[in-house]
Design a protein around this ligand. Structure first.
Ligand SMILES: *Cc1c(COP(=O)(O)O)cnc(C)c1O
Length: 383
């Protein structure tokens, strides 16, 4: 049996401590600012709550096991939990890149990369950007310290060849970090594709219930992990024990959720392509999607996000208001479907009628019927 067939088994046990009579399989959250600390503190596993916490440790073991390349034991991957995805992203960028160095970012990545870019530049870091699609970042790698990849990109759902870009970056002496938020480690394993860091927001599909913020960094190199850990401790970007515990608890259903969400997203994307007024349907799992050939080589599951364009802002607003099973809300990856008109935020280069939908775990047939009804309703009200 290949490892890929065993994801459902791996997620329910990932990070659990060894069996102990009369102890719970997943120990509850440990709330502690400090720990009893006799004598020399240097080898103490737990001393102060900003540095380490047993509830984080269990979650970090789980994430390390899930992000580990095939054939690599989970213990060889260092995973660090953060207060949010942005805390994790900042930790990698600001612990690795110094003034005078260059970093290559995607021009179509998560929208907070824009203020992050401005902050890096104000500190004397050279920032170069290119779109995710077509591996365009490849042209900017000369002399760079770090390549930042977001594949699939959010919200445009373009995909780049992570292994090819990583090989090229490494040949030029650059480190590579991949934002793995959309795919989750069951959909894509950046460390297996050669990346130095897999970074993600655990707020989205990883934990899947829309009830917490979390982030993580996973890497194989102990020195890189130490630098990221020191950054976490210095800025104090630490998750609360309750969030860490809820996240670990939610991992047990990661395989079930992402399987159902990926199947639902494909069904929804296929149905949307047939609806009048709906254009530019994007989902990396759609065989017709420009991202699909590269996605099929490096992803095992294509995620829950589908994007599409409606004729205009008014149409999109009527459509969203008419949906009964899909909440008008931002974020993605949750068990309940959501959708939003992305242009309402400003900042993403998208048309006014552009909608990003996150497919939950509902029955795909019910979702398709709801979408069809909402498109018909929005078209009927067109004035
Ligand atoms: C949401 C998101 C982030 C930021 O994560 P937070 O947990 O909200 O800080 C980063 N990257 C991507 C691709 C995201 O979707």
């Amino acid at each position: 049996m290949s490892r890929d067939d065993r994801d459902a088994t791996r997620v329910v046990r990932a990070g659990l401590p060894p069996e102990e009579p009369y102890a719970p399989p997943l120990p509850g959250p440990v709330f502690a600012a400090h720990y009893h600390l006799p004598g020399d503190p240097h080898d103490a596993p737990y001393a102060y709550g900003r540095d380490a916490n047993p509830t984080w440790t269990a979650l970090e073991r789980a994430v390390g096991a899930l992000e580990a390349p095939a054939g690599v034991p989970g213990e060889q991957v260092h995973a660090l939990a953060f207060a949010s995805g942005m805390a994790a992203i900042s930790a990698v960028l600001f612990s690795q890149v110094r003034p005078g160095e260059a970093v290559v970012l995607p021009s179509d990545g998560y929208n907070l990369l824009v203020p992050t870019r401005e902050r890096l530049e104000s500190l004397g870091v050279e920032v170069r950007t290119a779109p995710t699609g077509g591996d365009a970042q490849r042209e900017l790698l000369d002399g760079a310290r770090l390549l930042w990849i977001e594949s699939p990109s959010n919200p445009g759902l373009d995909v780049c060849d992570v292994r090819a870009l990583t090989d090229e970056a490494h040949a030029r002496g650059a480190l590579v970090a991949v934002d793995n938020t959309l795919a989750t480690p069951l959909g894509q394993r950046p460390l297996e594709l050669g990346a130095d860091f897999s970074v993600a927001s655990g707020t989205k599909a990883l934990t899947g219930h829309g009830d917490l913020l979390l982030g993580y960094v996973a890497c194989r190199d102990a020195a890189l992990a130490d630098a990221v850990r020191l950054w976490r401790k210095t800025v104090g970007a630490v998750p609360g024990p309750m969030e860490a515990w809820l996240a670990h608890r939610s991992l047990a259903t990661l395989e079930l959720r992402t399987r159902q969400q990926a199947a639902g997203a494909l069904a929804v994307a296929r149905a949307l392509r047939e609806l009048p007024g709906v254009t530019d349907v994007r989902h990396p799992g759609l065989p017709e999607d420009p991202s699909h050939p590269v996605a099929a080589r490096q992803m095992r599951r294509y995620g829950c996000v589908v994007s599409f364009t409606l004729p205009d802002k008014g149409f999109a607003e009527r459509f969203l208001a008419a949906l009964r099973l899909v909440d008008d809300a931002t974020s993605f990856g949750g068990v309940r479907s959501t959708a939003e008109r992305r242009g309402r935020w400003g900042g993403d280069a998208v048309p006014e009628g552009f909608v990003r939908m996150s497919v939950g775990v509902e029955d795909p047939e019910d979702l398709v019927a709801d979408l069809r009804h909402a498109v018909e309703h929005a078209a009927a009200q067109q004035g």
